[in-house]
Design a protein around this ligand. Sequence first.
Ligand SMILES: [Fe+2]
Length: 543
Amino acid sequence: MVVDGQVMGACEEERFNRVKHGKQAMVDNPQVLPEHAIRFCLDCAGLSASYIDQVGYSFTPKLRRATFRADWWANPQMEELFLRSLGEVAGAVEKLLGRPLRGKFKFVDHHIAHAASAYYPSGFDEAAILIVDGIGEAACSTLARGDNGRIRTLETISYPHSLGMVWELLSHHLGFSTYDASKVMGLAAYGNPEVFSREMAAVIRVEEEGYTVDEEAIGFQSVKVSRRNELFGEPRRRGAEILPRHADIAAALQDVTDKAVMALARRVERITGLDRLCVAGGVALNCVTNTLIKEAGLFSEIYIPPAPHDAGTAIGAALALHYPKSANARPNGNASAFLGPQFTEREILAAVKDAGLTPKRTKTAARDAADMIADGNVVAWFQGRMEFGPRALGNRSLLGDPRRPDTREIFNQRVKHRETFRPFAPSVLAEHADEWFDVGRPTISHDYMLFACAVKPDKKDRIPAVLHQDGTARVQIVRREANPRYHELVSHFYARTGVPLVLNTSFNDNEPIVCTPAHAIATFRNTLIDALFMGDVYLTSEK
Ligand SMILES: [Fe+2]
């Protein structure tokens, strides 16, 4: 929801319907809309459907028709079904809103939507824009530029040259779901990138200013014969033991991705000559690659939004429709991740009562929570507006003590039930981040947990619970202006322990992150969380 160029609200359907990613993307369901999220967006702006000027949808059938070849599918009829379903989207929106939209409904090119989601919130007047993605209509990577509120595409790299799709496929090959690129990223730190470097080069070939993907080697269509198993061995069965070779494949994939994205960054820098960069697309969730681009010295500033993946194209589509229409429009730079639902104390108390629990109250929630964390407890911290994007950033978070070597194990046993190789991230006070981590060039995107930073050698032994195998951490910087209440909590922890950071992981147990007080209470009851703070109300585990 964009009002006068301001992003008022954004939320993924999964947080309401409790189905990961809202729905499985299929050729026959693009017209199945995120109904709850749309209703939330209207509510948060206090608007009824009659006030809507434009509705954007971040995918264009016309561009698809012009650029995508139906024979790229194993079954070309899939494309017909997909286009037919896209033709039903406008009608589905009208039905949901209960009114005709006439010319108000607009398709927006997928990569323009990605680009807009990064460029307009960045606040940069002029910027090079790099999109590295799975696939849009046909484009997999796009180079663009933004000038005074206008976005222009410079080059596109089309299917089958998709880094995002290789990640999805190898994620599946390694025994995870196609959505589990973050697990592959975590696993990569345990492997040796050299072991499979030749095999990986047969799939992704990196050049000085670009890359190509060999479709026959990787095999995007499962029905076609590919060399995948020949190159990387038999797929790992889900739940089977993770062997060193699995980590080596992940490491080789991370390494080639770093090189391919760096090649694109060099190219977009050379052809634009600009020294600011905006990055989006699913691959922009890769903290290791992001750090390389940021520190390479090609650009003086970089901005990556909190939701660079497809969810963020909803914001991008709305901004792309708004900006070129308004005279003298300039990127506003009011980036925030806190765009989701929030709840009043009355709503929180009602949810506690519905659950048959007795609420406790405090005027010093930040201090109480910090003390509990320092005493080794698992604390759920539910405050204010929910984050937009895949990371919890201190409003729907589970917090723990970074100093204890066993915190990770405790979190995994009692709440998260995650694979043990996956790291947990630190939230560190902005004032002290430099003393503990190599944060490099500053950027607002540090607020969104998008960079892997090396720990300072003299601090390494003090925060074992938030360091990955390779001595890095996916740092979130906490600024007082961006989140005063969370900043206060970490400040109390610092005052008590001398360590200006806490372990922060998303508030969920293998389900979408909690959204409402009722979700929070349900997860609190079904797991071994010690305390749940919701505003000034809290519950402890004497359940
Ligand atoms: Fe995308």
